[in-house]
Design a protein. Structure first.
Ligand code: ZN
Lengths: 361, 131
């Protein structure tokens, strides 16, 4: 028998040899809120349907860099490590402020992780953050790094009047991955399901994205999220009932609620992580912000499933188990709910100024 | 300010890294390598907590070049809990501030050098997120 035949068929799941988990996490949401009724007032005379109640809007002095810095500081407060222990700062976003010049170097400098550190920006539409999180699991799991930081953060833009303008929002979350023994949640496995699907894109030098209307639902979001969730659950021998919490990429309220039910999850399981109604679609931060809200409330032993979705297209699925350490870390930084409660409502005119939609020269 | 000055100032501007005097314990910001109290050399680094209170403030309506985007904005003298006083913008206020208001440091966009230039980030102060 050749060595080729003896080798096990490679599994579909991504797993590490040694236990790896989340040692610290942190959320960020800007304070401004644009009610969907304001978008509807301007573009449909108030008669259009509204996919969410309201969305977050960044202030004039905020962008993916400043928002990532605050989320990273919150993650550091919870991880209780020195910033110089972090060996990678990886930021996933589709709204990096520079086309050329990494967001990650500015974040690494601001939190004090320079200069002995990997730094890079990740791109894959709304799954850039979960992809970066998977990479930190491998980086730490291989033993190359003790700790690694990944962030999913966006300040999404919708073309004025487009359906996306109701939901395109700003926010995200940061995660520090480290050794399983010092983790508040330990990963069981991750998995990615990827195909070439033209559902949503933005060409270089274009301000607003384009989308193929017929592609955004069934062949895109539902196909990839369902497949990623089904593979990771079946290969772990798990069923929907084995999870305490589940969260999905949430471009609106309808899609994640529907996909949860299709997979056999109850509202009890997905409600903690479903934030779209109050924050909108924070793109690369979306499912990760859901995870942050779940970790804020989680108890030791809870099992969590996270499934992201990025256009283009693909889904990352992650399964983790919460440890006893969670209780002592939850209150070391502001919770996701603190940022949701911090709320200043603005009208459409203020929104157009804050989002740079006015020509001033 | 040129690019290399920006780069040298990054540590104190992003993270409020100053100095502490090894002789009398005074905390120094911005760093100046000499103690303002006892005049001894002081080069030991000290990272400030970022918490403080508003000592005084003013509203800027007519901004210098590079700052026009964010008008109107608030400039304050902030007294850090560790002692030093510094000048900084206030942010996230949706009401008139009051002298003595507790504030905390955040890193935000200070100014942009046009559409093609660099974006300068640095500290500002906001009301406490969790009072
Ligand atoms: Zn002294």
């Amino acid at each position: 028998m050749s060595s080729e035949e003896k080798r096990d068929k490679p599994g579909r799941l991504l797993k590490t040899d040694k236990p790896v988990g989340i040692t610290g996490y942190g959320a960020y949401l800007p304070r401004y809120r644009l009610p969907a009724s304001e978008v509807s007032r301007i573009w449909t005379g108030g008669m259009g349907g509204k996919p969410i109640r309201e969305k977050t809007v960044p202030g004039l002095d905020e962008d993916v860099v400043t928002m990532s810095i605050e989320a990273a500081r919150n993650a550091l407060s919870r991880a209780q490590i020195a910033p110089t222990d972090i060996r990678a700062v990886w930021v996933g976003s589709e709204s990096h402020p520079y086309a050329v010049k990494p967001t990650s170097t500015i974040v690494a400098e601001a939190i004090g992780a320079v200069p002995d550190v990997q730094a890079a920006d990740w791109e894959f539409a709304c799954k850039a953050g979960s992809e970066a999180l998977q990479a930190t699991i491998g980086f730490v799991g291989s033993g190359m790094a003790s700790y690694a930081l990944s962030i999913g953060m966006d300040t999404a833009q919708g073309r004025p009047g487009d359906a996306l303008e109701y939901t395109a929002a700003a926010g995200g979350a940061a995660f520090i991955v480290g050794d399983g023994a010092s983790s508040l949640a330990v990963f069981e496995a991750t998995y990615s399901y990827v195909t070439d699907t033209p559902d949503f894109w933005r060409r270089a030098h274009e301000v607003y994205p384009s989308h193929g209307d017929r592609f955004t639902g069934e062949p895109a979001y539902f196909r990839h999220v369902m497949a990623a969730a089904q593979v990771i659950m079946s290969d772990l021998g798990a069923e929907a009932g084995d999870f305490d919490h589940v969260t999905f990429h949430q471009p609106n309220v309808k899609f994640p609620s529907r996909v949860a039910k299709m997979l056999g999850f109850s509202e009890e399981q997905y409600k903690t992580g479903l934030l779209a109604d109050r924050v909108g679609n924070v793109y690369a931060g979306s499912s990760l912000l859901g995870l942050s809200a779940i970790l804020d409330e989680a108890r030791p032993g809870d099992r969590i499933l996270v499934v992201s979705y990025g256009s283009g297209a693909g889904s990352d699925a992650l399964v983790m188990r919460v440890t006893d350490i969670i209780a002592e870390r939850q209150n070391l930084a502001p919770k996701t709910s603190h940022y949701i409660a911090r709320r200043t409502e603005i009208d459409y005119a203020t929104y157009t100024r804050y989002r740079g939609k006015l020509l001033t020269k | 300010m040129n690019l290399s000055q920006n780069w040298r100032l990054a540590e104190q501007r992003y993270r409020l890294v100053g100095e502490i005097c090894p002789h009398c314990g005074v905390k120094i910001y911005p760093p100046r390598d000499a103690c303002p109290d006892c005049s001894q050399p002081a080069q030991e680094r000290f990272t400030f907590s970022g918490k403080g209170e508003i000592y005084s403030y003013t509203v800027v309506l007519d901004a210098p070049e590079g700052y026009e985007e964010q008008v109107p904005y608030l400039i304050a003298l902030v007294k850090l809990d560790e002692g030093p006083m510094l000048t900084a913008q206030l942010t996230d206020f949706d009401r008139e501030p009051e002298i003595g208001d507790r504030v905390e440091m955040v890193t935000r966009k200070l100014r942009t050098e046009g559409n093609a230039g660099i974006i300068v980030y640095g500290y500002k102060f906001r009301p406490l997120l969790m009072p």
